[in-house]
Design a binder for this molecule. Structure first.
Ligand SMILES: [Zn+2]
Length: 504
């Protein structure tokens, strides 16, 4: 076994305690056991979920957007597919070293800076159509709660004040450190200037002159980053949390430290029952996106070139735990997938409105819908496998398209109920994942646009019929010109014998 003096490298098999409570039927990857484990929530009536929120010192980039989008997708699955009553909490880090440095460098007061970037963060979240958390807690508004937690840790001797005035968590006094990484904290080194061990982390940082501070029994200062999440999450949920989420970057040291100090605080061996970590977003041929690497793209520049629905589709197409490679090709595939669903919805509507008449094999359709629904259920219970859901929907849509576009037309007016069942399954599944592609929604300009297009379509249909009956070439050419011009604006007009339809 390799031993290193500078890093903690001993492999230790930490135990994960399977909670008692309501088995949701879902299996979720567990970073402690490295296996997919049954998701058992403590209380059948509600599920507690905490997400680490942003440090508001700069604009959000699309790496953040993909993390919050993927977590939004998982939350929607839990709420809308599995009918779980999720209670979601998020913190906003509005005091921190990065904020203070940025404030000093830009000469913008801390509060003005954090308010500006928090406002921008929520605007991004809204534009991405990501649900806001039920409870939002700002660090600066909850300092007393955080101070109380530090006081408790001092009392039970899990924390100490160093010569520099800072309060540190004593990792050596806690036996389960390294749980989320499967490493051991045995033999911590003792080489730091002020700390007992270099692994010890700050709970309360003493203020340097001119810095923002709060008074405390340990002198003027401000809370460390890790303790704020432990204190705020415990304040709302108490000593046990079902799910705690964030990007994979946060697993170490942030989540490791949160777990350590919360277990010490609540005298428990397990605080969070399930950790959910989302994978990085990579720019193609690049390392992960981060501000320090200066390879970021802001959410506003993302939305200047793509729709929130396309970005959501891209997030659905990559598993939440895996790295997501952001490239124009990948976004184009996501956009094509969305357009295929929109075309499919129109095709089904045309079939149901009698514009397409075709023989449908009802038994085959029934089997198809049953198989697809089963695969979707299996995928969602298997660690939220959304790429398999998308693949299944694509196959289903393609199979129905082949049938509805086949040339075997018949004159019967009877309709296959299974086409409606399939259409509903596709719409319901997409809607559950946050994509509302219903007819009016996918026209960006709203319901007025739909009404105007219906009037235009009917008018052109009548003119075209007149042209056909009178064999008037000029009228027919005018109808073709309208169709051509609308196509340039992204609106497709189709003629089906004597009737016409339109789609975007
Ligand atoms: Zn956190």
């Amino acid at each position: 076994m390799l031993m290193s003096k500078n890093c903690v490298s001993l492999v230790k098999h930490h135990k994960w305690i399977r909670p008692e409570g309501h088995d949701t039927g879902i299996k979720v990857f567990n970073c402690i056991t490295k296996n997919k484990e049954p998701l058992i929530v403590k209380n059948k009536n509600f599920v507690t979920w905490y997400t680490c929120g942003p440090t508001v010192y700069d604009s959000s980039h699309i790496g953040h957007a993909s993390c919050f989008m993927k977590l939004d997708i998982i939350q929607r699955i839990l709420k809308q597919y599995f009918n779980l009553n999720l209670v979601t909490v998020m913190n906003i880090t509005d005091v921190d070293d990065k904020i203070i440095n940025r404030s000093n460098a830009s000469k913008v007061p801390v509060q003005e800076l954090t308010q500006r970037y928090e406002k921008e963060f929520w605007k991004d979240i809204e534009e991405l159509d990501i649900s806001k958390p039920d409870v939002i807690l700002r660090v600066t508004e909850n300092i007393e709660i955080i101070k109380n937690c530090i006081e408790k840790l001092m009392k039970c001797k899990k924390a100490y004040q160093a010569e520099n005035g800072t309060i540190y968590f004593d990792v050596g006094a806690y036996s389960n450190y390294g749980k989320l990484q499967n490493i051991s904290s045995e033999n911590p080194e003792h080489e730091h200037e002020y700390k007992k061990s270099s692994m010890d982390f700050a709970l309360w940082k003493s203020a340097k002159s001119g810095e923002v501070y709060w008074e405390s029994p340990w002198g003027n200062g401000r809370p460390g980053w890790h303790i704020e999440c432990s204190a705020l999450a415990s304040h709302i949920f108490g000593p046990e949390i079902d799910i705690h989420a964030g990007g994979i970057d946060l697993r170490f040291p942030h989540h490791e430290n949160e777990e350590a100090q919360s277990c010490a605080l609540h005298c428990k061996t397990q605080w969070v029952n399930y950790w959910i970590h989302t994978g990085h977003l990579h720019l193609k041929d690049s390392e992960k996106m981060s501000k320090s690497l200066k390879n970021t793209m802001s959410v506003s520049s993302l939305l200047a070139n793509t729709t929130p629905q396309t970005f959501r589709m891209a997030c659905l197409m990559s598993h939440y735990r895996k790295h997501m490679e952001f490239s124009p090709e990948f976004m184009a595939t996501a956009s094509t997938n969305l357009q295929n669903y929109i075309n499919f919805i129109d095709t089904c509507k045309n079939y149901l409105n009698g514009l397409i008449t075709v023989d449908v094999d009802n038994n085959a359709m029934e089997q198809l819908v049953q198989d697809s629904a089963e695969i979707i259920y299996g995928a969602l219970t298997d660690d939220f496998n959304t790429p398999l859901v998308v693949k299944t929907l694509n196959k289903l849509v393609s199979a129905v398209n082949i049938t509805l576009h086949s040339s075997k037309t018949h004159s019967s007016v009877s309709k296959s109920v299974n086409v409606v069942v399939i259409l509903n399954l596709v719409l319901r599944t997409l809607n559950m994942l946050g994509l509302d592609l219903s007819y009016k929604k996918h026209s960006e300009s709203g319901s007025d646009f739909v009404e105007i297009m219906n009037i235009l379509n009917d008018f052109r249909q009548n003119v075209r019929q007149l042209g056909i009956s009178k064999k008037d070439q000029q009228l027919l050419e005018m109808c073709d010109t309208v169709r051509h011009n609308l196509k340039n604006s992204g609106i497709i007009l189709k003629d089906h014998g004597k009737v016409s339809s339109w789609s975007t």
